[in-house]
Design a protein around this ligand. Structure first.
Ligand code: NAD
Length: 332
């Protein structure tokens, strides 16, 4: 009587870590759906069912739902780059919004009631109150953020109309890698700070760029909230338990409540790797808020969620364990 979970996007960075955590728990059967546009087949553990399919393919979804009869869907699929979303908004709305609509329609046809959605800090834009509370008013400032905000609204309307029960998890900066060092972050192109900094330590780039050092922050560089992927994975499991037990929809911010500046992250990487990691200060990027930090009060209170990784050194060390043994990511 295992609970069957369809993990859409389960071959991606965060999805693969969720799959690892979920596969250690009793009573869950996992089915991964991924088109492998960005995901990595090598991240999928042996024995886990995998269907290569695109969530925009309604026929494929119908076939998969008929075959596996899932009890719940966790939805990690998305196009994830803010810059790309500005250049190609239609592509982003198609994948992130239309793709999610097809998934929800299929769930409705097959009477699947529980949905967990990978939302983002990007829905908040330039937040008025920092740390950002769970009930802050979303105000996205780019197409990527809008796609997440639109889906959150679609979910609320679908609960109202069809009785769907959902949880939105708004991740702040996902980072780090599984403690085994077997799976980790391998995005192309890579835009996230920690893997980019570690590329310098690996000799794959000469220096790391700091975009602006004249912000009103402790050292002038931007401050962000870094949250370990395994902690994000654990939050999904708590969220699923909550959905099934309480049958209530809810949205949660997932962050650490603390911020680290770009310089602090680079210094942590210097300590962890022993490499000098030269940096170059460049002009500010348009649209970068000075500080983005989340309050995760709701997840802590309602889900009983607690972070395991609570220093930037421990996060960077876990990422380093993966990168130094996978210099070319999953191609190694
Ligand atoms: P990722 O690109 O590593 O994973 C996404 C996965 O979905 C990939 O395996 C990709 O192949 C798959 N996919 C994309 N479109 C698909 C489609 N149409 N059909 C089937 N599979 C498809 O990204 P990630 O960093 O793991 O992010 C996962 C989710 O978390 C995304 O929804 C993202 O918006 C959200 N998120 C990520 C971060 C972060 O810091 N990485 C922060 C906030 C929110």
């Amino acid at each position: 009587n295992a609970t069957r979970i369809l993990v859409c996007g389960g071959a991606g960075y965060i999805g693969s870590h969720l799959v690892r955590e979920l596969s250690t728990q009793p009573d869950y059967e996992i089915i991964i759906v991924d088109n492998l546009s960005k995901g990595h087949k090598k991240s999928i553990p042996k024995g886990i069912k995998f269907e290569k399919a695109d969530i925009r393919d309604k026929l494929a979804l119908d076939r998969i739902f008929s075959k596996y009869k899932p009890d719940a869907v966790m939805h990690f699929c998305a196009s994830i780059s803010v810059g790309e979303s500005v250049a190609d908004p239609l592509g982003y709305y198609e994948n992130n919004v239309a793709g999610t609509i097809y998934l929800l329609q299929t769930m409705k046809r097959h009477n699947v009631k529980y949905f967990i959605f990978s939302s983002s800090a990007a829905i908040f834009g330039n937040a008025k109150e920092v740390p950002i509370p769970d009930d802050a008013q979303p105000n996205p400032i780019n197409p990527y953020g809008y796609t997440k905000f639109v889906v959150e609204n679609i979910l609320a309307s679908s609960e109202n109309a069809y009785g769907l029960k959902y949880i939105c998890l708004r991740y702040f900066n996902a980072c780090g890698a599984h403690e085994s060092g077997d799976i980790g972050e391998d995005h192309h192109p890579e835009t996230h700070l920690i893997p980019l900094v570690l590329q310098v330590a690996l000799g794959q780039r000469d220096s790391i760029s700091i975009f602006g050092d004249d912000y009103e922050t402790k050292d002038g560089t931007c401050v962000r909230d870094y949250i370990h992927v395994t902690d994000l994975a654990t939050a999904h499991i708590r969220a699923l338990e909550y959905l099934v037990k309480e049958n209530k929809s809810q949205s949660f911010n997932l962050g650490s409540g603390e911020g680290y500046s770009v310089k602090e992250v680079i210094n942590a990487a210097r300590n962890v790797t022993g490499h000098p990691i030269p940096d170059i200060v460049e002009a500010r990027r348009i649209g970068d808020p000075a500080v983005l930090i989340a309050k995760s009060t709701r997840a802590e209170k309602i889900l009983g969620w607690k972070r395991k990784y609570n220093t930037i050194e421990s996060i960077v060390a876990s990422a380093w364990k993966y990168h130094k043994t996978h210099i070319n990511g999953y191609n190694d």
